[in-house]
Design a protein around this ligand. Structure first.
Ligand code: DX5
Ligand code: ZN
Length: 224
């Protein structure tokens, strides 16, 4: 079986008991925590910053923290999140004046570097960055909110990036899809070539327990 990973997005978790929510979702089988950072400037919403990331680490969360920066600018926050214990930091190319420098900042801090593409952002940015990336994130909603509908036209884009990863012999790069991932579409997204799935509302707003929900996702992935 392919090595699939589930990154649970905390955006729809109960922030009043975040430590317990994150512990529960990791115990239920999520591989990492997807930490959405929004600044009410690059995207029209405001969430949490490095203080909350370091609080989760101090609380005892050992699972990798996959920070998705939807902020402009990014460079200072890269340094702050590195200090706060992040493992991955993903930036949007539109949000950095010097993408190569921002990605190098992430790597120099000893973290894994990701580049995120909005649904309408072309893939050209990848051309000179293959040696700087540990993760490529394809947004399947426009960034800013949890609980949005999956944009189907992203599926061919997922396949296109998988082909590029293969042709550049970069199978170590994670291909992550973010937004609207549900029980009824994760198989299609996996078949298109994704290996890492951000799942927010489908976990945290489900009537089932985290364990039951994660088991359902894993079962589908195991048979894909
Ligand atoms: C949207 C965020 C996503 C979102 C995913 O801007 O980047 O990570 O929280 O949540 P769902 O799974 O509800 O679409
Ligand atoms: Zn995200």
């Amino acid at each position: 079986m392919q090595n699939y990973k589930i990154a649970a997005s905390i955006l729809n978790a109960d922030f009043a008991k975040l430590g317990a929510e994150v512990t529960s979702v990791i115990e239920a089988g999520a591989d990492m925590i997807h930490f959405d950072v929004m600044d009410n400037h690059y995207v029209p919403n405001l969430t949490v910053g490095p203080i909350v990331c370091s609080a989760l680490k101090k609380y005892g969360i050992k699972a990798p923290i996959d920070v998705h920066l939807m902020t402009k600018p990014v460079d200072n926050l890269i340094l702050d999140f590195a200090k706060a214990g992040a493992d991955y930091i993903t930036i949007h190319p539109e949000a950095s004046e010097h993408i190569d420098r921002s990605l190098q900042l992430i790597r120099d801090a000893g973290l894994k570097a990701g580049l995120a593409f909005n649904p309408a952002t072309p893939l050209d940015y990848l051309e000179f960055l293959w040696d700087k990336l540990d993760l490529i994130l394809l947004m399947s909603v426009n960034p800013g909110f949890g609980g949005q509908k999956f944009i189907k036209s992203v599926l061919p884009k997922v396949s296109a990036v998988r082909k590029l990863i293969d042709s550049h012999k970069k199978s170590n790069i994670l291909l992550e899809v973010d937004g609207g991932v549900k029980l009824d579409n994760i198989d299609l997204i996996a078949k298109a070539g994704a290996d890492t799935f951000v799942i927010g509302s489908a976990i945290f707003q489900s009537r089932d327990s985290h364990k039951v929900t994660l088991n359902k996702f894993q079962k589908i992935l195991a048979s894909t």
